[in-house]
Design a protein around this ligand. Structure first.
Ligand code: PMP
Length: 309
């Protein structure tokens, strides 16, 4: 099967992927003036069904990210879900996929600003596997880069140009031989990874940085907080986290649409707990994969089926 999109939603309709192209003078291409999203669709072989995970929540954040850039867009989250389902049916995927919506400036114009421009939305999807190579034993370092500050670039939204920060963080981590990096904010507290939210477990309690720590307001983070509390009976506390607390954590993990749930087993060459994926993260990962694939009745409202039965 091709791992390339065959179609895209572009300029208001579904077109062959090759037709979804922009000018080199495009404003978003030149200045990073876009907002985007990242969703996953999970193929459920027993039901022969593709389930998109929490698309309404993803498209709400997507439109909020565009709002942070003062984009004027004629879309509702519900309308975007409908467009996405039509796109996925046209593709006919029978495998796990990644979905990328982008809100961008359609104007071909020189001049850095966000007002008095034209705006549009494109969506494409492609087969997709793991995002980090070792989801059961990720080795991370603390980045020497700081996470973008909300007073410079909106940190709580997915802003295209802001991902230079993520790219610098990830590149340096990979070139230094790590799988990922933890990033401190301007206050010196932990924000998140290069493209995923962070949790640690100490003495049976889960801790994660608050939404005011310059984190992206992750949909997976919200899902995980719910599953920890309601299904695993683990207390979740949102508060600032210091660097050396992580060294003393019993367990730690990243979560995000791409990374899903990835156990962090070593930080700066120090083992987390006994250096292997711990019991809470093990249970959480199993549960998460059941939930996203539509195998947990209680959470089926998060799984939106693509194909009509
Ligand atoms: N932080 C950043 C910087 C990200 O890019 C992502 C991926 N969207 C996340 C966290 C996780 O967010 P979500 O769970 O909504 O995918």
């Amino acid at each position: 099967m091709s791992s390339f999109p065959k179609y895209a939603y572009f300029e208001g309709k579904i077109v062959p992927f090759e037709q979804a192209t922009l000018s080199v003078m495009n404003h978003t291409f030149n200045y990073g003036t876009g907002a985007f999203g990242g969703l996953r669709g999970y193929w459920n072989e027993e039901e022969k069904q593709l389930f998109v995970f929490r698309p309404l929540d993803h498209f709400k954040r997507f439109l909020n990210s565009a709002r942070l850039l003062a984009f004027k867009l004629d879309y509702t989250p519900e309308k975007l879900v409908d467009i996405l389902l039509e796109l996925l049916r046209t593709e006919g995927w029978q495998t796990n996929v990644y979905i990328r919506p982008v809100a961008y400036v359609t104007s071909n114009v020189i001049g850095v600003r966000l007002n008095d421009l034209d705006y549009g939305v494109t969506i494409f999807s492609l087969p997709f596997g793991s995002y980090v190579p070792n989801e059961e034993g990720t080795h991370v370092t603390f980045s020497s880069w700081r996470r973008i500050d909300d007073n410079s670039i909106p940190a709580r939204g997915k802003i295209t140009g802001a991902y230079i920060n993520s790219a610098l963080i990830k590149t340096d981590a990979l070139l230094a031989g790590f799988d990922e990096a933890l990033v401190l904010n301007q206050d010196g507290h932990i924000s998140e990874g290069s493209a995923e939210n962070f949790f640690m477990i100490r003495d049976g309690v889960a801790y994660t940085p608050p939404v005011t720590a310059n984190i992206l307001e992750g949909i997976t983070r919200r899902t995980i907080m719910h599953l920890l509390r309601e299904e695993l009976g683990v207390e979740v506390v949102e508060r600032e986290i210091d660097r050396t607390e992580v060294y003393l954590a019993d367990e730690a993990f990243f979560c995000g649409t791409g990374v899903q749930v990835a156990a962090i087993t070593k930080v700066d060459h120090r083992p987390i707990g006994d250096g292997r994926m711990g019991p809470i993260v093990t249970r959480l990962r199993d549960l998460y994969f059941d939930v996203v694939a539509g195998r947990v009745e209680k959470y089926r409202h998060w799984n939106v089926p693509v194909y009509e039965k």
